[in-house]
Design a protein around this ligand. Structure first.
Ligand code: PMP
Length: 356
């Protein structure tokens, strides 16, 4: 018997492809990119280096030069680094290697909404542990839940998305020491947090710790799709068992290396973003009925009782991220910190909507 369609895998039947709306509006504050373009001279240098690429050959499968540069950045051995197409691909590779069917992945709720999606793709079971009402980890209850559920992987976002809060390194150490899981700390926004927030230096002494980073946020290269991990070398060996051959194209390897060489120029805008975050938080807190969560990232989570905030802001040309129907996030909206002008537009639109 012949049919004209093949049914999609059972756990994909009702799935909508993941992604925030990509709308052409004047002020786009919905995907936590950095508002400022890469520094002057970056694209010219990348273009210059591309001239000598042998594009008729496959790229360096092990991206040795890029990993050496990442290793220098973090004071580790190159065998402890690994890059992929965005930190999302890094996370997927970790789940493919360590989670998968009949294995469990613990994560917090609320946290980055891609984690359950990645688990579905990797066919792993999700163990969701609720944060408290201020969206902080409750250490004792968390350890108890982890000991009870015995996950193979624990994913912790610090700063957490969409909340913005960092997780204290002592809590991460405790979770590591009290479980036998791979502890994956997703530091996508760490460059916006204060000193001492990262646990990347602890990879040296915590045996099962993996730190995941991205070029999409403070490195101003969301369009490049480049992320990486710092981990014990056995993790890098295992991840290579699931990676596609030549997954990281030659152009991207060069673009990443040039960005690392120009790191100080790339990251120089952080203070402006942090200052704008503080200015926006204060202004939003001054609006009646708006609750603002503390953030160490380049975005703010707010809660209001306005039923149609997302649509009302969009009517004024401001695109934000609506979380109101996500678990535990009723009334919540996430706002990326943009340029001063974009932030002014957001604040003006918020004011008019809230006061209406
Ligand atoms: N982790 C977190 C917490 C994020 O918010 C994001 C992007 N929104 C990512 C990972 C993925 O980033 P990318 O794939 O662009 O590196």
């Amino acid at each position: 018997m012949s049919t004209d369609r093949v049914p999609v895998r059972d756990n994909l039947v009702d799935v909508e492809p993941y992604g925030a709306p990509q709308l052409d509006v004047p002020v786009r504050l919905n995907t936590n990119e950095t508002a400022e373009a890469p520094p002057a001279g970056y694209l010219e240098e990348v273009a210059r280096r591309l001239q000598s690429l042998a594009l008729h050959r496959y790229p360096d499968r092990d991206h040795v030069d890029l990993r050496a540069a990442l290793a220098r950045r973090h004071g580790v051995d190159p065998s402890q680094t690994w890059a992929a197409n965005g930190s999302n691909e890094i996370l997927l590779q970790l789940l493919q290697a360590y989670a998968g069917p009949r294995r469990r992945v613990a994560m917090f709720r609320p946290s980055y909404s891609m984690y359950p999606e990645l688990c579905r793709t990797a066919m792993s079971e999700v163990v969701a542990i609720d944060l408290d009402d201020a969206f902080q980890i409750e250490p004792e209850a968390t350890i108890a839940a982890l000991v009870d559920s015995g996950p193979h992987v624990v994913v912790i976002a610090s700063p957490n998305n969409p909340v913005g809060a960092t997780v204290a390194p002592e809590i991460i150490v405790d979770i590591h020491d009290q479980t036998s899981a791979l502890i994956v700390v997703d530091e996508a926004y760490i460059e916006f947090a204060g000193p001492g927030a990262s646990v990347v230096d602890r990879v040296a002494d915590l045996q099962r710790l993996v730190v995941v980073r991205t070029f999409s946020k403070a490195f101003r290269l969301a369009g490049l799709r480049l992320g990486y991990l710092v981990a014990p070398d056995w993790v890098v060996n295992d991840v290579q068992k699931v990676r596609l051959p030549y997954h990281l194209d030659a152009l991207k390897q060069v673009a990443g290396m040039v960005a690392l060489e120009q790191e100080s120029h790339f990251l120089e805008h952080r203070q402006r973003i942090v200052a704008e975050r503080q200015r926006m938080a204060a202004a939003l807190r001054g609006m009646a009925g708006v609750e603002v969560f503390d953030s160490s990232a380049n975005f703010l989570l707010i809660r209001t009782s306005h039923p149609e905030l997302f649509g009302a802001l969009l009517k004024q040309g401001v695109l934000v991220r609506d979380f109101s129907s996500a678990p535990r996030l009723a009334g919540c909206t996430r706002i990326t910190v943009g340029t001063r002008e974009e932030n002014d537009a957001l604040l003006a639109a918020m004011k008019s909507v809230i006061e209406a």
